[in-house]
Design a binder for this molecule. Structure first.
Ligand code: F6R
Length: 611
């Protein structure tokens, strides 16, 4: 969602904050702000509406020498996009400065109370109540008549707050310190030879420090030059993060780079994990729960957006090949259900960031009910990866573009391996296991062949860029891929697209089909081919245009559709790993053709840390 950076060290803070903020901008980008304490002078305080990229020249020309500061890039939740609503927020006298990720749910009542007590507010945000609460408790003496330190005032203030937070606080009265606190919103502290960089995401820390401390829920850290004071003392951990992976390289943008990395994402996911001879997989992250997993007879798969579509494909895999009853839901709805659980239920949480609030809320709920929790997570050290009982990293590398692409294929590959793992614990034969893992090993090369068709897909986007609405249809394993294709088109091109199972068209949606509403049909040579052809014919009979994703060698399809993109043949179960690639490329080129900011689509943010 929003991004936070803080710095305490010997170097001027502003360039470091600026660089961190630019790396975090993919998380939120409607406005930004800085506060730097500038030895003996008034703090440097700067907030603007817009994206930080482009503003760096002006900022770097300012001679700001202060060595302690905080910064924030915002994705608006409470309060519209204005300079006043940008962070840092401050108290009545502009002496306390707060940057915050998360949501203060009871902010309205706290604000009324503070206004009654005489506090003057200058923004519409929930965050601002924190600055005023801290002001109040900093002024107020303790029960034994002592003056509170900043961290103590923060602790008292946070006791009154309902919601989630990752926050940094600075106060003019204690200019040497940065106070950090978290509850359900990530905050990490990079440690480098007496200097500290705090951020909501390792990507902002990676160029500055390779050792890291993960702040825990309810923990408050006090950071001063050369000293990090934590509630629970612990040594920093080595950060497993390759800084260069988060660079764009020669690509025009991250999204194209990440689509082009889809074969590598699969390669990384499967590297060292497939055992073809025994038709099995080695997933070290599940070793500790291997025996428990043998007993499980029903799975719940939870994810949001793209990760939810991966879960849907995973549902087909687990039921068909591992023979395990599987239920799937989006995080934001599952939490309202009263799921039927037993001691043989396990849950798999699927998330690129490992920080999605809706998914984490389900994790917390199911953990409380004693359900075994597994994570399929990309971000190492994320909340999800730390809080699940066991799990498998997808190893897709940092995904920076807001729209998820390579993480999706990483999730699918991981779910396929989990299916083999669980299947082989049950009734899956060596032959079947071997067939799946051998085919998985071929996927990266097959995926590379699809990427060679970039120019053709680009030309198709040019051809179709004038249309405003699109259907995406598919069946069985490819029904979720149709939904993923539609989501991607909506997200980055701002065109209307709907993804539905092919068989559902005739139950109402077909009414919309006409010559201006093209349909993208995933129609592979698999067990649902004939049924998909029928769905295509229903569209054609009503004057609709159809673009098919078909299996190489199927010349007949050309006779019934308007355009075809071919993909290589693979196992039906693994076909989503390939069929999604042309859809990702098509969305990408459509968005480029329409002049959209593909990496940072409007209204969105990466890593949705609010519910
Ligand atoms: C779509 C997209 C989102 C995310 C969703 C879950 O392109 O990026 O739908 O997939 O917000 O995010 P993670 O996987 O981080 O939990």
């Amino acid at each position: 969602m929003c991004g936070i950076v803080g710095y305490v060290g010997k170097k001027p803070a502003l360039p470091i904050l600026l660089s961190g903020l630019k790396r975090l901008e993919y998380r939120g980008y409607d406005s930004y702000g800085f506060c730097v304490f500038n030895a003996g002078q008034e703090p440097f305080f700067h907030k603007r509406v817009g994206k930080i990229s482009g503003a760096d020249k002006e900022l770097l020309e300012m001679d700001i020498q202060g060595t302690i500061g905080e910064a924030h890039t915002r994705w608006a939740t409470t309060g519209s996009v204005t300079e006043a609503n940008a962070h840092p927020h401050f108290d009545c006298n502009k002496e306390i400065f707060v940057v915050h990720n998360g949501i203060i749910e009871n902010y309205s009542e706290l604000k009324d109370q503070l206004i009654n007590e005489g506090h003057k507010f200058s923004s519409e945000t929930d965050t601002e109540v924190l600055a005023h609460l801290i002001e109040k408790f900093l002024k107020e003496k303790t029960e034994v008549g002592e003056k509170r330190k900043l961290e103590e005032a923060v602790a008292v203030a946070l006791k009154l707050v309902k919601g989630t937070y990752g926050l940094l606080v600075m106060a003019k009265s204690e200019p040497e310190k940065l106070v950090a606190a978290r509850l359900s919103s990530p905050l990490l502290i990079g440690v480098n030879d007496g200097e500290y960089i705090v951020a909501s995401d390792p990507i902002a820390i990676a160029p500055f420090a390779s050792n890291i401390v993960y702040l825990e829920d309810y923990e408050i850290a006090v950071i001063t030059l050369g000293n990090l004071s934590l509630a629970k003392e612990r040594a920093p951990e080595k950060m497993e993060y390759e800084s260069e992976e988060a660079e764009k390289g020669d690509y025009e943008n991250f999204m194209l780079k990440e689509i082009m990395e889809e074969p590598t994402a699969v390669e990384n996911a499967i590297k060292g994990r497939l055992i073809i001879e025994t038709g099995s997989v080695k997933l070290g992250g599940l070793d500790s729960v291997a025996e428990k997993l043998r007993e499980i007879d029903n799975f719940i798969l939870i994810g949001c957006g793209t990760a939810h579509y991966a879960a849907r494909a995973g549902e087909y895999m687990l039921e068909e090949y591992a023979g395990i009853k599987t239920d799937v839901d989006v995080g934001s709805e599952f939490r309202y259900r009263k799921p039927i659980l037993n001691d043989k239920t396990a849950a798999i949480f699927i998330s690129q960031s490992g920080e999605t609030a809706d998914t984490l809320a389900c994790l917390h709920e199911l953990k409380q009910k004693g359900v075994l929790s597994l994570g399929v997570t990309n971000s190492i050290g994320s909340t999800q990866s730390r809080e699940t009982d066991a799990g498998v990293y997808t190893r897709s590398g940092p995904e920076i573009a807001v729209a998820s692409t390579k993480a999706f294929v990483g999730q699918l590959a991981t779910l396929a391996m989990i299916t083999v793992y669980l299947g082989r614990q049950r009734t899956m034969s060596l032959v079947t296991g071997s067939r799946i893992v051998s085919e998985l090993a071929r996927i990266p090369d097959l995926a590379r062949q699809i990427l060679l068709q970039r120019e053709k897909i680009k030309a198709l986007a040019e051809k179709y860029k004038g249309y405003k609405n699109f259907w995406y249809i598919g069946r069985k394993y490819n029904a979720p891929v149709a939904m993923e294709g539609a989501l991607k088109l909506k997200e980055i091109s701002y065109l209307h697209a709907e993804g539905i199972p092919g068989g559902e068209l005739k139950h109402g949606s077909l009414a919309l089909v006409d010559k201006d509403f093209p349909t993208i049909a995933i129609c592979l040579s698999d067990s649902v081919y004939e049924k998909m052809v029928s769905n295509i014919q229903e569209v054609k009979a009503r004057g609709g245009i159809v673009i098919a994703i078909a299996t190489e060698g199927n010349e007949n399809i050309k006779k019934i559709v308007d355009d075809v993109i071919y993909i290589p043949k693979t196992l039906e179960m693994l076909s989503p790993l390939l069929s999604v690639i042309p859809l990702h490329l098509f969305s990408y080129y459509m968005a480029v053709a329409l002049g959209r900011d593909v990496d940072r689509p409007r209204n969105l943010a990466k890593s949705v840390t609010v519910e």
